[in-house]
Design a protein around this ligand. Sequence first.
Ligand code: AMP
Length: 187
Amino acid sequence: MNLILFGPPGAGKGTQAKYLVNRLNAHQVSTGEMLRNEIKNNSEIGIRIINDMNDGKFVSDEIVNKLIKNVIFDPQKKNKLIFDGYPRSLSQAQNLDLLLNSSNQKIDFIFFLNVNKDTIIKRIEKRKILEKRSDDELDTILKRYDTYMETTKPVLNFYSKNSNFYEIDGTLEISEITSKIDAFLNV
Ligand code: AMP
C-alpha cells in the first residue's frame, strides 16, 4: 500500500507517518528529512540547498524529484511508501503520478490533515524548542504557511475528487487522528 499525508507544515504529517511506518511495515518518504540529512552530511546537494531550507523556501524540483525517484524505484520499498511533505506543488503531483505509473504503483490513500494557522504557529513554536530546526523561527513559519496556501494547497484540487481522498481534522489530539486514519484504512 502507498499513501500520501498531505497538509500544511505543523499538521502532524511526520508524527502520523512514523506511526504508519510501524503499523504497515512501510517506509516514510519525508523529503524534508532527506534534505536535512543532505545538509547534515555536508553533501554537494546539502551545500546547494542550505540557504533556501533555512529561509523556508522550496528546494528546486530538480533536486527533490531526483531524491523521490530513487525511493520510488527502490525495489525494497515498492508499495510500502508513506509520502510526507511530497508532493508540495502541482508539478510535483504530476511528477509523482508519472513515476508511480512507470513503476507500476499507485496511491491507495490520501489523508489531508486540515489545520488552521493559529494551531500551526503554536505547534511549530513547540517543535522549535524540541527539534531546534532552523526553519521553525516565527517569520519563517509564516513564510512557509504562505507558500503552502499559494503553491501546495492548490494540489488539493488535484486529489480531492479521488475516491481515496480523506480529510481529517488535524487540530485533534495525535491519538484521535491516528484512530481516524486507522478507521479509514480498515474500511
Ligand atoms: P518539512 O520537513 O516537510 O517541513 O520540509 C522542510 C523544508 O524542506 C521545506 O520548508 C522546504 O524548504 C524543503 N522541502 C521539503 N519537501 C519539499 C518539497 N516537496 N519540495 C520542495 N522543498 C521541500
